[in-house]
Design a binder for this molecule. Structure first.
Ligand code: HGY
Ligand code: MN
Ligand code: MN
Length: 423
């Protein structure tokens, strides 16, 4: 008979050592990680993860989107696996914890179950979802999106980075284009452990965020076209300056979010001015827009206001404009039973917790469409993330991993009983 769930704890030192070890793969001088998806560094950490899971007795399968599934067998192979998933790819100036603690806490859960000789009813699967960040290849959460049927592989393979490299070619190049069809197996449930990436838990001195859902988000690509001309000879009133117009548009995007405070956010994170020469009036500017709000209705209103503002500025400035919506991820509500298991695990473990809606996107937002899903958050310092200075306290990360472990084990028991196959 296995030990009562509440008495099983992970080995915090071992997990922390694993986080610090893999942080060296793509580690930056400022203490962050630069490990863009499908680069050689992503290849390296994938190989590391695969061998660590095999050493823990897992069978490892890679699907045709490069998602890695490390499965620990349970008592009843007929039960769909309970998954612990997140991502190992990072932003260009990412931190050590975003996505990474979710995958490595999953590995620690497996190692702990092995140490304890604990046999689950269902198999447990640790998943590394490819291209969660969407920084190199837009949109974000691309591979969990294919798994959930939101995108197909042809669309995904054709996505290009800013250098024109194709997702499918890069997946093949690093040897992670598996032959298993993405989305071809069911999941009994999906849990994701992650830093909050915002200021709320730290401000309220809460150790655990019981994540009830994810806000709505939309991405756009904008091209503004004017006329390249000589910086010294073109009179100001004759110019068609694409960068001047784009600058006014960036300010207008900011105004749209400010008109829907306190919950709306809007970001222009990527901008390219051409020909990018100091003595040429810019003739063309490409930039991206990221709009988010907990309500899909408000995101739609923000989209309409943004479109109107940008088209007005273009008309006033004599510029052409093309606005393309490249991603629409509606607001998501997670599974009530999974949420309750996280809340109970936090209470059982004596950690202060609060419900929270995720401002950041996560693979769980898409997986929630095909499996009962929720997330466990822990605070990060000053809520800072997507920054090399991202920091989480070891005690919080260990606490969160213990809540993850206990929520997964309780869910395993609940689902087995519901299937009439519990121990
Ligand atoms: O954009 C996001 O919220 C996530 O970090 N990919
Ligand atoms: Mn993440
Ligand atoms: Mn991220």
């Amino acid at each position: 008979m296995s030990a009562p769930i509440g008495n099983i704890s992970i080995d915090g030192d071992r997990m922390w050592a694993t986080i610090m070890e893999t942080a060296q793969i793509g580690g930056t001088p400022k203490g962050g990680i630069r490990r863009l998806t499908l680069t050689d560094l992503d290849h390296q950490v994938r190989d590391w993860f695969r061998s660590a899971c095999e050493a823990a007795g897992c069978t490892v399968v890679v699907d045709d989107m490069g998602n890695i599934f490390a499965r620990r067998p349970g008592r009843d192979p007929a039960l769909p696996p309970i998954a612990i998933g997140s991502h190992l790819d990072t932003q260009p100036t990412g931190g050590k914890y975003d996505g990474i603690i979710g995958v490595l806490a999953g590995l620690e859960v497996l190692r702990t179950l092995n140490d304890q000789g604990y046999e689950t009813n269902a198999p447990i699967e640790i998943i590394d979802w490819t291209n969660e960040e969407g920084s190199r290849f837009a949109p974000a959460m691309l591979s969990s999106g294919v798994f959930a049927g939101v995108f197909d592989t042809d669309y995904a393979y054709a996505r290009e980075d800013r250098e024109g490299q194709r997702f499918g070619d890069e997946l093949t190049r690093i040897g992670y284009k598996g032959d298993v069809k993405c989305g071809s197996h069911a999941l009994g449930a999906h849990f994701e452990f992650h830093i909050e990436q915002g200021p709320i838990l730290e401000a309220e001195a809460k150790t655990i965020g019981v994540v009830t859902g994810v806000q709505g988000m939309r991405w756009y690509e904008v091209t503004v076209t004017g006329t390249e001309s000589h910086a010294g000879t073109t009179p100001m009133k004759l110019r068609r300056d694409a960068l001047l117009g784009a600058s006014r548009m960036v300010a207008a995007v900011n105004d749209v979010a400010c008109a829907h405070t306190p919950d709306a956010v809007a970001t222009v994170g990527l901008i390219e001015s051409r020909p990018n020469s100091r003595n040429v009036v810019p003739g063309s500017v490409f930039f991206t827009i990221d709009l988010r709000h907990p309500s899909d209705g408000v995101v739609a209103a923000m989209e309409a206001e943004t479109q109107a503002a940008l088209r007005r500025i273009a008309a006033e400035s004599g510029l052409e404009i093309v606005i393309e919506r490249v991603w629409d991820s509606p607001a998501v509500r997670f599974d009530p039973d999974c949420i309750a298991s996280v809340r109970r695990a936090a209470d059982l473990s004596g950690y202060p917790s609060r419900d929270i809606v995720s401002g950041a996107g996560h693979d769980s937002a898409y997986i929630a469409r095909v499996a009962p899903t929720t997330m466990v958050f822990v605070p990060c310092e000053k809520g800072l993330s997507h920054n090399e200075a991202e920091h989480a306290e070891k005690t919080d990360v260990v606490a969160g991993a213990n809540v993850l472990l206990r929520a997964v084990l309780e869910t395993d028991q609940r689902l087995a009983e519901r299937a009439g196959r519990g121990d």
